[in-house]
Design a protein around this ligand. Sequence first.
Ligand code: TYD
Length: 157
Amino acid sequence: MNIVNSRIAKDSSQRTPAEDTLKKTPKAACLIDLPKITDHRGNLTFIEGNRHVPFSIERVYYLYDVPAGALRGGHAHKKLQQFIIAASGSFTVVVDDGRKRRKFFLNRPHYGLFIPHMVWRELENFSSGSICVVLASEVYEESDYFRSYKRFLKALK
Ligand code: TYD
């Protein structure tokens, strides 16, 4: 599997095709390319759990009407895995596994960022009108969150 993490995902060679993710669940956050059916009527992208993302999709939520300068996220999950897509507009996702901080710029709906469990994430620089769609491996459970960065780091030890 050739997973390449990149700061900015402009070049498709920096992204992993969706079906490669099934060979082994990525241990680090990484960009995954999704299928794209191009058509003169417009493009279509689809996502199937355990095929294009390495988990069963138990929940979908989205962020929208995010005011300029707002920060989202600011937490990690004990068990939850997520896949984040810029369905419209753009934003930056900062991920931190306790050793290294990396930034991913999302600006197209035909790829997304996979985030494994125990990775701190912050979302920032939302463009006007942007929509952030999140696919999640579990239903919402507040007890799955680390909302304190200090506690997250402690749990990693
Ligand atoms: P939070 O996870 O802190 O948002 P974000 O990480 O995107 O900044 O959630 C904000 C609020 O919404 C919090 O009170 C929990 C609630 N919430 C749900 O009830 N269900 C959900 O699926 C999610 C994601 C959040």
